[in-house]
Design a protein around this ligand. Structure first.
Ligand SMILES: C[S@@+](CC[C@H](N)C(=O)[O-])C[C@H]1O[C@@H](n2cnc3c(N)ncnc32)[C@H](O)[C@@H]1O
Length: 220
């Protein structure tokens, strides 16, 4: 994620879901102490530090799918929250094992991520256009690992158990979100599009316009 400010202005969907899903879960957990926010993107960490950093809320660059992440972070936690991140991680086994290693005994994690989404069908279609092919050869590595799962919740439970996490409650509800305009849809799609920064600047507008077109074909 290279453009945190752009992400913040286009993340209505993530905010809507977080404000729906988090409060009932947080009501069941005591939360206190200090917070460490981590992200693999230095741009996100710098933005978060500048915007939200305090003595009690700190940020650090870390990759949850790295074998050394627990060592890099160097401490363990009573609560771990992961929002809209895990669908970016292909190695779910390692990411979940890392989350287990970062949790204190009796700790709890709340993990919210996309199981499947039409956006990935759009990536596949875009990767077939000769004009964009060269920038999108690795599109599969940006697809949620649960995209093709008939029962993503069951698959997640299985992987979580293998990683030593006991899953209290796992659901994969179908959710929809209404963008008022195609501009709003483009503002949401652009900052999370992993390919756009690879496209020459003068072609980005055409690329994103086509992403929006391919998305609306699938969404409506
Ligand atoms: C859609 S953004 C979500 C940001 C924020 N957590 C939120 O809820 O709005 C996904 C974030 O996951 C981060 N990310 C992707 N892979 C990661 C990894 N392996 N470890 C840590 N962060 C990762 C990206 O850099 C990006 O900032």
């Amino acid at each position: 994620m290279q453009s945190p400010a752009q992400y913040v202005s286009g993340n209505q969907l993530q905010r809507r879901d977080a404000s729906r899903l988090l409060p009932p879960l947080l009501a069941r957990l005591d939360c206190y102490g200090t917070v460490l926010g981590v992200d693999t993107s230095q741009a996100m960490v710098d933005f978060a530090r500048r915007t939200y950093g305090t003595d009690r809320i700190q940020f650090q660059r870390a990759d949850i799918s790295s074998p050394t992440v627990a060592k890099v972070i160097g401490t363990t936690f009573d609560r771990i929250f992961s929002l809209f991140c895990l669908h970016w991680v292909q190695d779910q086994r390692l990411a979940l094992k890392n989350i287990r290693d970062l949790l204190n005994t009796d700790g709890h994690a709340i993990l919210i991520f996309l199981a499947n989404n039409k956006i990935y069908e759009m990536y596949e279609k875009m990767s077939e256009y000769p004009r964009w092919q060269v920038f999108m050869r690795d599109w599969r590595s940006f697809v949620s690992p649960y995209q093709q799962e008939a029962n993503p919740a069951q698959r997640f439970c299985h992987l979580a158990a293998k990683a030593g996490l006991s899953a209290c409650r796992v659901t994969a509800p179908w959710c929809s979100f209404e963008f008022s305009t195609t501009e709003d849809l483009e503002a949401a799609l652009t900052p999370v599009n992993p390919f756009v920064d690879r496209i020459p600047k003068e072609e980005r507008h055409t690329f994103m316009a086509q992403c929006v077109q391919e998305s609306t074909r699938r969404l409506f």
